[in-house]
Write a protein that binds this ligand. Structure first.
Ligand code: PFF
Length: 456
């Protein structure tokens, strides 16, 4: 077993032979929350909650998060800290079998794909913050056309570039002075913005109707599909299956309680999702708007509400900044997965790894930026744009696959999980049982639904 410094391999070290660059206790928790809390919480969670039964679905989501999400989260953190490497080499080291490197690589590839288009969407939120603060967003009432024109033009590429540059810079600075510091500044900022926006939305006239749509339980909508949707979202929301928590776990020292950290991350993510719902539904219902999901909700529906409320330009601007912050802290975690891998594989410095990975990610993201608006014909094929394909393949195929791989690894293959997870014998048995039997079966169900093999 290796010790804290872990500076014999790429991901755990800075390649300078000095004491390894690591997270502090809080830094790790903040960074992991930063990764978990992202665009998904704001534009997917409220919508699926409203669609699948309000508080009844929320309850199922909480159960999924506790019963499957937290055990897998703990497993990923433990694999990272035990293996002290990238999502690929950690598994090789802990199992002694090279084949696991290939399995680990699936999630590295997936997180790289997510990063490439996530940076595009993060760029849109920055542009919209700018449009809102300057009042330009409200120059026309046709928000659908404003958004359509924006994403079929070339401006998204500029903003994508800014996001990749910013993310790369944070990752290049390193773990404690870069990623940790970035999250420690932005997460409290995120909380402040959330509070302001929740107060604003709950004090709108007609807000109560939105709250009851979000939270009144309707158990009749709780189909088996709803349960798998909740589980799939728990995985995406906790950033599981993409090597993020393994990679971050490699920078944690042995004194940190991983179960405590997993609990804090789960709680933070849940709370944020809940508050996001308390912003989205009261705001849409107060202005008689149809709540929807994805880009349509954020960039088309909500601006209508912002245009109609007092000081709407400010609240709109703050809302888009909130989204940008949530997206950036997730983007940083996604890029770090690939950077840790490149540093280790080609024994290169962090700075070089970041620039190479960042430039490739920017280039791979270009077709996403260009295709989201449907403006470039050859980037639309098989009924989806390139952007949608990237999202579909990474979040609906590679993510559950990565989740399955890590549960099987921690449940069946890796023998040292017990020491690393540091659970009491009773909890360890519960954890192992979940990883061995419950999680894999459910994740296969999620995979079949999200990949479209069985219909929703
Ligand atoms: N958890 C992020 C969200 O909810 O938006 C998205 C995400 C980040 C997914 C990192 C996967 C990942 F590895």
């Amino acid at each position: 077993m290796n010790v804290n410094s872990g500076n014999t391999n790429g991901a755990g070290s800075e390649g300078q032979g000095s004491k390894a660059d690591q997270f502090s206790r809080w830094g790790f928790i903040m960074a992991a929350i930063g990764s978990a809390v992202g665009l998904g919480n704001m534009w997917k969670f409220p919508y699926i909650t409203g669609k699948y039964g309000g508080a009844a679905f929320f309850l199922v989501f909480i159960i999924c998060l506790i019963v499957v999400g937290l055990p897998v989260l703990l497993a990923e953190m433990a694999v990272g800290r035990g293996g002290r490497g990238s999502a690929s080499s950690s598994m090789v080291r802990l199992s002694g079998k090279k084949a696991w490197g290939g399995f680990g690589f699936i999630s590295i590839f997936g997180s790289f794909m997510i990063f490439s288009y996530y940076a595009v969407v993060a760029g849109w939120t920055l542009h919209y913050a700018y449009l809102s603060f300057t009042g330009q967003l409200f120059a026309s009432n046709d928000f659908g056309a404003t958004f359509g024109n924006f994403i079929s033009g070339s401006l998204p590429v500029f903003w994508q570039f800014i996001v990749v540059l910013l993310t790369a810079w944070v990752v290049a600075v390193g773990i404690s002075s870069g990623i940790e510091r970035f999250n420690k500044i932005l997460i409290p900022g995120l909380v402040a913005l959330l509070i302001i926006l929740v107060i604003r939305s709950l004090t709108l006239e007609g807000a109560a109707e939105g709250v009851s749509f979000f939270l009144d339980p309707d158990f009749s909508k709780l189909s088996p599909t709803a349960i798998l949707v909740a589980l799939g979202h728990a995985f995406f929301s906790l950033s599981l299956g993409m090597g993020v928590m393994i990679t971050y776990g490699a920078y944690v020292n042995k004194k940190q309680s991983l179960s405590g950290a997993a609990l804090a991350v789960g709680l933070g993510d849940l709370l944020y999702a809940f508050l996001a719902g308390l912003i989205i539904f009261p705001t849409t219902f107060a202005f008689n708007l149809e709540p929807t999901q994805g880009a349509g909700l954020v960039f088309v529906v909500l601006p209508v509400a912002f245009s109609a409320m007092p000081f709407g330009a400010w609240f709109g601007g703050l809302f888009f900044i909130l989204l940008a912050v949530a997206a950036l802290t997730s983007a940083v975690s996604l890029l770090e997965v690939a950077v840790a891998f490149v540093m280790e594989k080609w024994k290169t410095s962090r700075t070089k790894a970041v620039w190479v990975t960042g430039i490739i990610a920017f280039l791979v993201g270009l077709p996403s930026a260009a295709s989201a608006g449907g403006a470039v014909d050859f980037l639309n094929f098989g009924g989806k744009s390139f952007f949608d394909w990237m999202d579909f393949l990474s979040s609906n195929v590679l993510l559950p696959l990565g989740g399955l791989i890590v549960t099987i690894f921690a449940g069946w293959v890796w023998k040292g999980a017990y020491e690393e997870a540091d659970l009491t014998p009773g909890w360890y048995r519960v954890w192992r049982f979940t990883l061995r039997y419950i999680a894999p079966i459910l994740v296969v169900g999620v995979f079949l639904i999200s990949a479209g093999v069985i219909s929703e």
